[in-house]
Design a binder for this molecule. Structure first.
Ligand SMILES: [Zn+2]
Length: 274
């Protein structure tokens, strides 16, 4: 035999043995898994639980894309403001999603509780495991726990929003893009923020609607038709008098006599510029 061939042949034999052993190990591993899957009461209970429960997950991925016109706009982009705006514009549908999300999450939490109960249930230690596959029950349990984790249903409920922005500079030389991701918890908060904004808007327009001609007259009369700041009057000084909210509506002020005052136009502009 040619001496130069010994080395390659030896190498070939080692490789073949290696592949063969790996194959045996893989098959053995697979047989172990099959054995646990078939014999485990825990896994059977989890599979039954999976089949018993109607998860019907909600998966809503919303996206808002905006192409910006300058790098400054891109750098100073207010994601929260735009996310809030998006939620406000789609308020009813997102509120519906969040409600469904809440219900579906409750179903899942109940499931998870039952899963944990199964996992924590005490094993009858007298059960013998097949010695060919596992030396002892602890080794068996190691496999069993990993498989239970694999078999259990994962929560994929989500109502998400991604805000994507990009900007392409003149002549398309530079391209910038970025995004923010709002997960289900963020969406619950955004919805609550949007609700507060809506409530305030509603309150403000209601308070504005309370400003009647007769209330206006009552205020002017009470203040002797004079500006409460500079004392100018319509008749003597020819100024235009206005009725002003002392505490502005936007800051929670009400349209009631004791929150109203007579101001001349100049004083009123001066006040609102502060
Ligand atoms: Zn004045």
């Amino acid at each position: 035999m040619n001496i130069e061939l010994i080395f390659p042949i030896l190498l070939l034999i080692i490789v073949v043995i290696y592949i063969f052993l790996s194959l045996i190990i893989e098959l053995y591993k697979k047989a172990r898994i099959d054995y646990v899957m078939k014999s485990s009461k825990k896994i059977k209970k989890i599979v039954d639980l999976n089949n018993e429960i109607d998860f019907d997950f909600i998966v809503e991925e919303m996206t808002f894309k905006e192409r910006l016109n300058s790098k400054t706009q891109f750098d100073n982009y207010d994601y929260y403001k735009h996310a809030l705006n998006y939620v406000d514009e789609n308020y009813d549908i997102i509120r519906k999603y969040i409600k469904v999300l809440d219900d579906r999450n409750n179903i899942f939490f109940d499931y998870y509780k039952q899963y944990k109960k199964i996992m924590n249930s005490k094993r009858n230690k007298t059960i013998e495991c097949n010695r060919f596959y596992f030396r002892n029950i602890e080794k068996y349990e190691l496999y069993e726990n990993a498989l239970c984790e694999k078999v259990r249903t994962k929560n994929i409920n989500k109502v998400n929003l991604t805000i994507m922005i990009d900007y392409r500079s003149n002549m398309g030389r530079n391209y910038y893009s970025d995004f923010r991701y709002y997960n289900s918890d963020d969406m619950v908060e955004l919805l609550e923020d949007a609700r507060v904004v809506r409530k305030n808007k509603e309150r403000a327009s209601y308070q504005r609607s309370l400003m009647s001609m007769s209330l206006r007259y009552d205020v002017l009369k009470r203040d002797n038709y004079k500006c409460c700041i500079c004392g100018a009057s319509a008749r003597m000084d020819g100024v235009k008098l206005e009725v002003d909210h002392i505490k502005p509506i936007s800051k929670g002020g009400k349209t009631v006599l004791n929150n109203l005052q007579t101001l001349c136009m100049d004083c009123n502009r001066g006040k609102s510029n502060k």
